[in-house]
Structures are given as C-alpha cells and as structure tokens.
Design a protein around this ligand. Structure first.
Ligand SMILES: NC(=O)c1ccc[n+]([C@@H]2O[C@H](COP(=O)([O-])OP(=O)(O)OC[C@H]3O[C@@H](n4cnc5c(N)ncnc54)[C@H](O)[C@@H]3O)[C@@H](O)[C@H]2O)c1
Length: 274
C-alpha cells in the first residue's frame, strides 16, 4: 500500500474495536505510528500489538474521553514518547436508542460528554500541540505554507437529519459538523486541515447494540433492525465495511487532501446526498 503518511504520528480515539480499530490499522499500513486512545485497556493493547506486527510503533493509552481532565495527560504522554502529533482522528463515540420523550438528563450527558464535549476538548488540546510544533517564523507569519496537521472528526448520518429514537446522539453528531467548520476556520492560518466523516451503517459492536435496543423497543428479531435499515434507507443496498470508512479517513489524513478543510463527507452508500 502507498505510504502516504510515512512516519507521521497519529492518535485514534476509540480504536480498540470497530471503525476506530480499522482506521488505526489503515493509517499504520500507510506508514503512520499510531496511539490507541481507548476506554478499554485490553482492546487498546490488542490493537496496539496488531499495529506493531505491521512494523509500526504503537502505544495503547487507556482513557475516558468524557472526563476531559484526562486529555492533557494523553497529549503529554504521546509527545514524550513520539516527540510530536501529526494526525488526530476523533472516532470515539457512544450511542443509545431511546424515545425522545423518555430521555433523562443523565442519558443526554452520557452521549454528549463523549461524542461532543470529549471530542471538542481532544481537538483543542491536540491543535494546541500541533501549533506549538510549527517553527516560530512560520507560526507568526500570516499563513503557514504547508499542512501542519490533520484532524478528522466522526459525525454520522444521524447528524444530518432527525432521530426520534436517538435525539441526543443526532444532536451531538450535528454539533461535530459545526465544530469541524469552526475549527477549520480557527486553524486555517496554521494550515491545519479539519474535516469530518459521516458514516451510514457499519456492522460494528455499536450497531449490535442498536439492533438489540431496537429489538427490545419494537420486538424485532436479532439482525432485523439492521436488515430493515439497509433495505429501506441505503441506495447501494449494503452495509459499509470498516475499510470503506477507514479509506475516507486515510484520504483526509494524507497530502491528497491538503486543499480540503471544513468538510463533512458522507460515507453511507447514498443515504444522505447533501
Ligand atoms: N457503526 C456505525 O454504523 C456508525 C455510523 C455512524 C457513525 N458512527 C460513529 O463512528 C464512530 C465509531 O463507531 P463504532 O461503530 O466503531 O463504535 P463501537 O461502539 O463499536 O466502538 C467505539 C469505541 O470507542 C470507545 N469509547 C467509547 N466511549 C469512549 C470514551 N469516553 N473514551 C474513550 N473511548 C471510548 C469504546 O470503548 C469502543 O472501543 C463513533 O463515533 C460512532 O458514533 C458509527
């Protein structure tokens, strides 16, 4: 595979399983060293081992991103170990299927704290580090002449429209799109690219959870909610693979996307077209 990001240092949040793990492995195959910033210490270590077996350096860093006080320590540790940060993929997320009128403040906070608040403060902390890495004469100039960092945030098709059974999740994922645009503007002077991806349906442990929660709410059988979603909503008539999403993220992290910032790309088989 083409080494588009050879020896870049990347942090991927929530990379112990699912899409995040696929992204971490894809970035490693394209030459990056990867930090797995993940809630679950065991899956974090397994993912790190798989990256090492690809001949890249890796660090498993257990963290709860909903506790934003832990984020500064992550950045310090990565810089101590690797000397710099070139790429941040804000993938960690949580979901819950519950009718809008039944949502409690604790439900709201749990979903927003990871998907939106943790995501923003991770971006802020890493952006500060990326700016500090720019040589003084360039940092103080009007415009940096080349890209000094790549940030990719995870939105969702849920953030593009309404979700009566996941209102808090949809709101947090819509906020991710807004934060992506604001950060792209704030960091343009430093030539740090900030973009987002909005996946559709990817059969990961998150979708197993959604399928089970919908089963409880609506009495559907295992796999039925996922099958119905594909049949009714996806023009390409299949679920995404993790690699479908990882390929889009790797593109945004590569020099091929140096002139793209502030965008949210739907990777969803045609569910959303704006
Ligand atoms: N699977 C889909 O169909 C789909 C669709 C649209 C968007 N997304 C988004 O893609 C991203 C990845 O989804 P996935 O399907 O791989 O999910 P997943 O639940 O399978 O994996 C999420 C990972 O993030 C970690 N994580 C969760 N909260 C964390 C926290 N507070 N701190 C650190 N780590 C945390 C989990 O431990 C887990 O390893 C999420 O942001 C999700 O919202 C997924």
């Amino acid at each position: 595979m083409e080494q588009r990001i050879l020896d870049r240092v990347a942090i991927v949040t929530g990379a112990g399983q699912g899409i995040g793990k696929g992204v971490a492995l894809r970035l490693a195959r394209e030459g990056a060293h990867v930090v797995i910033a993940e809630f679950n210490p065991e899956t974090a270590e397994t993912a790190a081992q798989e990256i090492r077996s690809l001949g890249r350096r890796a660090l498993a860093y257990p963290i709860d991103l909903s506790d934003v006080s832990q984020i500064h320590g992550l950045v310090e540790r990565v810089v101590a170990e690797f000397g710099r940060i070139d790429i941040l993929v804000n993938n960690a997320g949580r979901v819950q299927t519950k009718f809008m009128l039944d949502l409690e403040p604790e439900d709201w906070d749990r979903i927003v704290d990871t998907n939106q608040r943790g995501m923003f403060f991770c971006l802020r902390e890493v952006a500060r580090q990326m700016i500090s890495q720019i040589p003084d004469e360039i940092r103080n100039a009007d415009r940096a002449p080349r890209s000094f960092g790549k940030i990719v945030n995870f939105s969702s098709v849920a953030g593009r429209s309404g979700r009566p059974y996941s209102t808090h999740y949809a709101a947090a994922k819509a906020a991710v799109i807004s934060i992506t645009k604001s950060a792209a503007l704030a960091l343009a002077k430093y030539n740090i690219n900030v973009n987002a991806v909005a996946p559709g349906l990817v059969p990961t442990p998150m979708w197993q959870q959604i399928d089970a929660e919908r089963g409880q709410l609506f009495g559907s059988k295992p796999g039925e909610a996922m099958h119905n979603f594909i049949e009714q909503n996806i023009p390409l008539r299949r679920a995404a693979t993790v690699e479908d999403i990882a390929a889009a993220v790797a593109f945004f992290c590569s020099p091929d996307a140096d002139y793209i910032t502030g965008q949210c790309l739907n990777v969803d088989g045609g569910i959303e077209m704006d």
